[in-house]
Design a protein around this ligand. Structure first.
Ligand code: PRP
Ligand code: URA
Length: 206
């Protein structure tokens, strides 16, 4: 299932992010701000349980999170969303998966992974700004499931309809939260209108 966040403030920030005039400093700040807005919605998925406290005025039953949040950015561009989600969930654990799209085949190539162990009731936030063909997301979800993580939400800033379909077919249990569903992929499997190469724009490599 996918959820597109239809909030005017988010759409405003997305527009500035996409603009080719926006350079890496502002791009990085915006990517983290947008991540916070999307992740706030996605945090609806946390399980809570009743928790008794005493306020200065009286006893009350509040709520306490039952999940430990594990954030997994897909390297490299996912790093550009990490500060945003850690601002919301500072005690999250962080794992890393390195994946790049081969320039010829457009298929994902895994080159690194380091994930937290012995996590109590983990809820994984898999973060990557771009969901294009869906290849990188599906390969990373396969890896996470093979390592024993079953409760996974995927957070993307921009998604192509093609990528959403691929993830939904491969992993129907994974909810997708995205800032926008764009029109389509071009012949190079880039998102149109998209924002170009997220990694290059975040890190100023081109
Ligand atoms: C980008 C992006 C995703 C992937 C999306 O990474 O950050 O990981 O492409 O494409 P897909 O849905 O077709 O797999 P890229 O391969 O450019 O690597 P980078 O983050 O190292 O720049
Ligand atoms: N990766 C990107 O960074 N941008 C796209 O549009 C597609 C894949």
């Amino acid at each position: 299932m996918y959820n597109e966040i239809n909030h005017p403030f988010l759409k405003h920030k997305l527009t500035v992010l996409r603009d080719q005039k926006t350079e890496h400093k502002d791009f990085r700040e915006l990517a983290n701000e947008i991540t916070m807005l999307i992740c706030y919605e996605a945090l609806k998925n946390v399980e809570v349980e009743d928790f008794e406290i005493q306020t200065p005025m009286s006893k009350m039953t509040g709520k306490k999170m039952k999940n430990e949040i594990v954030v997994v950015p897909i390297l490299r561009a996912g790093i550009g969303m990490l500060d945003g989600i850690l601002t919301l969930v500072p005690n999250a654990r962080v794992g890393f998966v390195g994946m790049y799209r081969d320039h010829e085949t457009k298929k994902p190539v895994e080159y690194y992974s380091k994930l937290p162990e012995d996590v109590r009731n983990p809820l994984v936030f898999l973060i990557d700004p771009m969901l294009a063909t869906g290849g990188s997301a599906v390969a990373t979800i396969d890896l996470l499931k093979n390592k024993g993580f079953s409760n996974i939400v995927l957070i993307s800033i921009i998604s192509a309809p093609e990528g959403i379909k691929v993830v939904e077919e491969a992993h129907p249990d994974v909810q997708i939260f995205t800032g926008n569903v764009d029109e389509r992929l071009d012949h190079n499997k880039y998102i149109i209108p998209g924002l170009g190469d997220a990694g290059d724009r975040l890190f100023g490599t081109k």
